[in-house]
Ligand binder design. Structure first.
Ligand SMILES: *Cc1c(COP(=O)(O)O)cnc(C)c1O
Length: 413
C-alpha cells in the first residue's frame, strides 16, 4: 500500500480536462465507434506524420494486428530484441512466427544494426524494432536494412510517442508503427493503442481485424444521425434480431475474415484526445525531470546514465540508469529492495525476454545467448519518473540510491 511519503515509480497525469472529456462522452450516450476515436486517430497520425491511424484497445493487440496484416504466420522468422517489455515478442508468437533475437548496442540499448543484418535468412519476414525506453537511435538504420532486403520494418514505438531521430518522429520509420497508452506511457488512455501507417491497404486490413473482420468501411446498423442507442447495442445479437443488417442495410453482420474485437471505446479515446492536446506540456515536464536526474547523477562514479544521441529528441518514457559493470544482479536487486524499503519506487526494467521461462522452454534459450542484453538487464534500475515529480523528491530518490549503493560497497569489503 502506498503512504503519503511514498515516491511511486510512475503516476499518470490526469487533470480536470480529462475528467470533463470523459464525462461528456458518458453523457453523450455514444460509448463506442464514434467521433472521439476519429479525433484521437487524427491527432496521433498528425503527430507522427502518418496518413492513417487506427485506434485499438492496447499496444499489444496493435502489434498483433500489424503482424497479421503483413501476412506473417507459421514458419516465418521475425528479427527482434531480447531487451524489451515482453509484448513486443509475444505478438510474434500470437501469429505463430518465430522471434529471432539479436543482441543490443550497449549505448542505445536498441538492437545492434550489424547483428540485425547478419540475422536475416530466407525465412525472415520482418524486423520488429523497439525504441527501448523511447530511444530512437538506429531506427533509420533498421529502415534501410529492411528496404535493402525487401522486408517490412515494424516499429514498436509504444515507448516513444513524441521522440524523434534526425528530425523524423517515432512512428514514421516503419511500414507500420504501434503506440501504446498504458498508464505509465507518455500519454495514457487507461488501456489503449494506435497503429500508424502510410499504407492504405494495411490500414484497411487493421480496421477490419479490429472489428470482427468486417469490411471497411463498415457502418454499424442504425449509426446514421440519431444513433446513440443503436451504438450501445452494436455487435450483440440484438442488432440481428431487430431485422437490420445484411446486404441491404450495410455490412455490420458481414465478416470477410477472422477478426477480433480490439476496438477502443469512446470513453478511452476521450482521455487520449485531451492527453494529445497536452502533449507538448507533458513532454516539457518529462524533459525537465530527466534533466534534473542527469544533473544530480552525472558525477556519480558507479552509475551509468541513459546515453542519447545528439541527433535524437527524447520525450522520456522512463528514466532508467544502470550500475557499473562490476555490480552483480544480486547487488542490484538489493539496491532496488533497499530503495523500496525507503518508500522510493524502483524497477528492474527489463528482464531479458529470451530468459523468461516459457521462451527458454520453447526455444531452448540459455544464459549467455545474448551477453550484452543480459549484462545490461541485470544492472538496470528504473527510477521514479512522472510529469509532476518534484525537485525535492528527485533529491530524495538520488540520495536514497546513493545510500543503497554505498551500503553494497561496504558489505563487499
Ligand atoms: C507498453 C509496451 C507495449 C504495449 O503494451 P500494452 O500494455 O499492451 O499497451 C508493447 N511494447 C512495448 C515495448 C511496450 O513498452
Amino acid at each position: 500500500m502506498s503512504t503519503v511519503n511514498e515516491i511511486p515509480l510512475s503516476r499518470p497525469d490526469v487533470t480536470q480536462l480529462e475528467i470533463d472529456a470523459v464525462s461528456a462522452v458518458l453523457r453523450s450516450g455514444r460509448l463506442s465507434i464514434g467521433p472521439v476515436q476519429e479525433q484521437f486517430e487524427a491527432q496521433v497520425g498528425a503527430a507522427c506524420d502518418r496518413h492513417y491511424a487506427i485506434a485499438c484497445s492496447s499496444g499489444t493487440v496493435g502489434l498483433h494486428m500489424a503482424l497479421l496484416a503483413l501476412g506473417i504466420g507459421p514458419g516465418d522468422e521475425v528479427i527482434t530484441t531480447p531487451f524489451s517489455f515482453i509484448a513486443s515478442s509475444n505478438a510474434i508468437l500470437y501469429v505463430g512466427a518465430r522471434p529471432v533475437f539479436v543482441d543490443i548496442c550497449p549505448r542505445s540499448l536498441n538492437m545492434d544494426p550489424a547483428r540485425v543484418e547478419a540475422a536475416i535468412t530466407p525465412r525472415t519476414r520482418a524486423i520488429l524494432a523497439v525504441e527501448t525506453f523511447g530511444n530512437p537511435e538506429h531506427m533509420d538504420a533498421y529502415a534501410s536494412i529492411a528496404a535493402r532486403h525487401e522486408i517490412p520494418l515494424i516499429e514498436d514505438c509504444c515507448e516513444a510517442l513524441g521522440c524523434s531521430h534526425k528530425g523524423r518522429p517515432c512512428g514514421s520509420f516503419g511500414r507500420v508503427g504501434v503506440f501504446g497508452f498504458y498508464p505509465n506511457k507518455q500519454i495514457t488512455t487507461g488501456e489503449g493503442g494506435m497503429i500508424v501507417t502510410d499504407d492504405k491497404r494495411l490500414a484497411d486490413l487493421c480496421r477490419s481485424l479490429r472489428s470482427q473482420g468486417r469490411p471497411v468501411p463498415a457502418t454499424p446498423t442504425g449509426m446514421g444521425s440519431a444513433s446513440a442507442s443503436a451504438a450501445v447495442g452494436m455487435g450483440g445479437a440484438g442488432v440481428a434480431a431487430s431485422g437490420a443488417g445484411g446486404a441491404g442495410t450495410g455490412s455490420w453482420l458481414l465478416h470477410e475474415r477472422l477478426g477480433y474485437n480490439y476496438r477502443l471505446s469512446e470513453v478511452h479515446a476521450a482521455l487520449g484526445v485531451v492527453q494529445m492536446k497536452r502533449l507538448p506540456e507533458i513532454i516539457a515536464k518529462r524533459q525537465k525531470v530527466a534533466r534534473a536526474y542527469m544533473e544530480r547523477l552525472m558525477t556519480h562514479g558507479e552509475i551509468v546514465l541513459p546515453s542519447i544521441s545528439p541527433q535524437s529528441v527524447m520525450s522520456w518514457f522512463v528514466f532508467v540508469v544502470r550500475l557499473a559493470s562490476s555490480y552483480t544482479r544480486e547487488e542490484r536487486d538489493r539496491v532496488i529492495a533497499g530503495m523500496r524499503r525507503h518508500e522510493v519506487g524502483a524497477g528492474d526494467y527489463f528482464p531479458c525476454i529470451h530468459l523468461q521461462p516459457f521462451y527458454r522452454e520453447r526455444f531452448g534459450h540459455a544464459p549467455g545467448d545474448f551477453p550484452i542484453a543480459e549484462s545490461v538487464s541485470q544492472r538496470t534500475i528504473a527510477l521514479p519518473f512522472y510529469n509532476d515529480l518534484r525537485e525535492r523528491d528527485i533529491d530524495m530518490v538520488c540520495q536514497t540510491l546513493d545510500l543503497m549503493i554505498r551500503r553494497e560497497n561496504l558489505s563487499r569489503k
